[in-house]
Design a protein around this ligand. Structure first.
Ligand SMILES: Cc1cc2nc3c(=O)[nH]c(=O)nc-3n(C[C@H](O)[C@H](O)[C@H](O)COP(=O)(O)O)c2cc1C
Length: 335
């Protein structure tokens, strides 16, 4: 009896060992998949002839400058290095012959930089002004820094925030009605106010209301059974790897994409549209298969899928009770 118990125990140990090795190996291959994508599509390659990549760099530089405009005590002499980087990128854009949003924004920020009291009388500002005159385009938007009063700030306060936050539930069954583009666009615009690292806004949202395309996406998603077939509209939230320039930023696309996703869900909630996040915690194989099945750019990392639709008059949802507050909150101070 003793001998056979030992055999069984050893057998279980071996099975556990094999399982653990298998899990570790699959994890390694999955990390390698992410690493390969970072190598293939990440912005680290610094190819400034790639318009998208150049634009992410530009926004990073001009945002750093506009950030400095917003400080009450701005460090004089600060920013000339960013100015020179921006100017280089503007010259590359001019040579390429295609001027876009970020080129115009860059130019405006540089003009405002010259106008700063500490810069206006500098010789290098005059030189910069001359250089900027060769760019015959202007931004329609206003960039830089602005006044923002307490009363503007207070407009964001809700009388009863609980009525907004605590009434959002994941809905998995919706009305049989496609959500109109107008509403979707409005929600996306609202969600675009989401903060992102250096304001890079590396998001891209794919949308479909077409049931064939939707089913192709959901075929590869684990977590939409049995309700997937009746979802009216789907969004695939992605982030562009090109926007992230170095290894410390290797996870930034997940973070920025996650933030946008939550904003989208709240934006839809504010417009009376229900949502359910659908995870894309997927194997490399499924990630590749989905990319073959639908039109997702290879440099876009899929963050999650969001099902959207109109709620029914009567709905049933999971309570999904939240953990005790104390389990997720503590102070940083050492005791
Ligand atoms: C990133 C993410 C992925 C999710 N994936 C799925 C999924 O695949 N299928 C599903 O039915 N619900 C999914 N959910 C919904 C969660 O189950 C739900 O948000 C959670 O239970 C809390 O409930 P509530 O959203 O109603 O507050 C997901 C949620 C998040 C944030």
């Amino acid at each position: 009896m003793n001998g056979s118990w030992k055999l069984i125990r050893n057998y279980i140990r071996n099975i556990n060992f094999i399982r653990n090795v298998y899990v570790a190996l699959i994890a390694f291959l999955s990390f390698m998949y992410d690493y390969k994508r970072f190598l293939a599509y990440g912005g680290w390659q610094d190819n400034m002839n790639d318009v998208k990549l150049r634009n992410y760099k530009q926004v990073m530089y001009y945002h750093t400058l506009e950030k400095s405009f917003s400080f009450k005590k701005r460090k004089p002499n600060w920013g000339w290095e960013k100015v020179s980087n921006l100017l280089n990128l503007l010259n590359i854009a001019k040579q390429s012959g295609s001027i876009g949003y970020h080129d115009k924004a860059s130019k405006q920020i540089l003009e405002k930089f010259i106008e700063l009291p500490e810069n206006i009388n500098l010789e290098q500002s005059q030189r910069l002004k001359k250089e900027l005159e060769q760019f015959d385009f202007n931004s329609n938007d206003i960039h830089g820094a602005m006044e923002y009063s307490l009363s503007d700030f207070n407009k964001g306060q809700l009388d009863k925030p609980e009525d907004f936050f605590l009434t959002r539930y994941s809905l998995r069954e919706f009305k049989e009605q496609i959500v109109e583009d107008e509403i979707i666009h409005r929600a996306v615009r609202l969600a675009m106010k989401t903060p992102s690292v250096c304001n890079r806004q590396a998001w891209h949202i794919y949308h479909t209301g077409n049931s064939d395309v939707k089913n192709r996406v959901l075929d590869y998603q684990h977590g939409n059974k049995p309700f997937g077939k009746n979802i009216p509209n789907l969004l695939v939230v992605t982030t562009d790897l090109k926007a992230f320039f170095s290894s410390p930023e290797r996870y930034q696309h997940w973070i920025d994409g996650g933030l946008l996703s939550m904003s989208l869900m709240y934006a839809f909630h504010s417009l009376g549209i229900a949502t359910c996040a659908l995870n894309w915690s997927q194997s490399p194989k499924n990630d590749k298969l989905l990319r073959k099945a639908v039109n997702i750019k290879p440099n876009h990392t899929i963050i999650m899928i969001i099902a959207i639709g109109y709620p029914n008059e009567n709905n049933k949802v999971c309570i999904s009770a939240r953990r005790p507050f104390k389990e997720i909150y503590s102070t940083l101070e050492k005791r």
